[in-house]
Design a protein around this ligand. Structure first.
Ligand code: GLU
Length: 290
């Protein structure tokens, strides 16, 4: 069993992150397996060294340990680039110059109904889908042609979910992927590698057998399973856990500094207090560290 916690250093870790990290760490402990920490710092505008350092401090303070060296995605950009090249060589990738505004404008044409949103926001309307890789210009994003990609997959795609919210085997419906997710970005207009590609690449490379993460990423799983199949990578099991919420029932966001682990620590709370706070929302969550 290899599990991982894969935060992006774009803000302070909050209670939800603590829940996720402790859950992944425990899954590995219980199975005599390995727990990994991976820093997902592909977004160079939003990732900051101070948040990066604080992740290590917070997790160690919570009583967690992880196998080293820690993988930092920004140090492996060429590997992700090669994976995109492999997909492009098979004709599954197209360059795209559309801005967010262009996409919105194309989707708001009068004949369109309610706008479909997927794990990455608005579902791409396909404006640049006919373009060849030879027409790629600086500043173009690269997108996966999801229809073509699905057509290359001989069998059915599925994944096993352990999380109590949607426990069981999930068969992936190609039509829902086309309509609800669409031609995802693999590399952004600023050149940054997109999350889905890096996450499947790294989970496979690091031998992750169970992906423990928040239920907000459940809808991103089908397209990640598709990418695994396209790249010849194994599909891990998944454990999407409930989201920690604030008193008003809203899910916590990075901007929720008030519930940041570091804020609680500065206020004199102990790691045990943090676990007790999580257990208030999820009574089955044990407040013992092991
Ligand atoms: N890096 C992602 C985040 O911070 C999580 C990726 C994952 O767990 O698959 O939200």
């Amino acid at each position: 069993m290899i599990t991982r916690f894969a935060p992006s250093p774009t803000g302070p870790l909050h209670l939800g992150h603590a829940f996720s990290a402790i859950t992944a760490w425990r899954r590995a402990q219980e199975a005599g397996g390995t727990f990994l920490l991976r820093i997902e710092d592909l977004d160079q505008d939003r990732s900051k060294p101070e948040w990066d350092a604080q992740i290590f401090e917070d997790l160690a303070w919570l009583g967690l340990d992880w196998s080293r060296p820690v993988r930092r995605q920004s140090e492996h950009l060429s590997e992700y680039g090669q994976a995109i090249d492999r997909l492009a060589a098979r004709g599954l990738v197209f360059p795209c110059s559309c801005t967010r505004g262009d996409i919105r404008a194309a989707l708001s044409a009068p004949q369109e109904g309610a706008l479909a949103t997927g794990p990455d926001g608005l579902v791409y309307p396909g404006t640049c889908r006919g373009r060849s890789m030879e027409s790629r210009r600086p500043g173009d994003a690269l997108r996966l042609d999801i229809r073509k990609a699905l057509a290359t997959i001989p069998g059915a795609l599925s994944f096993l979910e352990h999380g109590r919210l949607r426990q069981g085997q999930h068969d992936i419906d190609p039509d829902s992927l086309i309509e609800g997710t669409g031609d995802i970005v693999l590399s952004r207009r600023d050149g940054a590698v997109a999350y889905h590609l890096a996450v499947v690449h790294d989970d496979a490379l690091q031998g992750v057998t169970e992906v423990v993460r928040g239920a907000d990423l459940f809808d991103a799983t089908p397209v990640q399973v598709l990418l695994q199949a396209l790249l010849g990578l194994p599909t891990p099991d998944y454990d999407h856990h409930d989201l920690v919420r604030d008193d008003a029932g809203r899910r916590l966001a990075k901007r929720d500094d008030a519930r940041a682990i570091a804020t609680y620590r500065d206020d004199g709370l102990t790691p045990q207090d943090i676990r007790a706070k999580i257990a208030l929302q999820f009574p089955e969550f044990s407040t013992k560290i092991r």
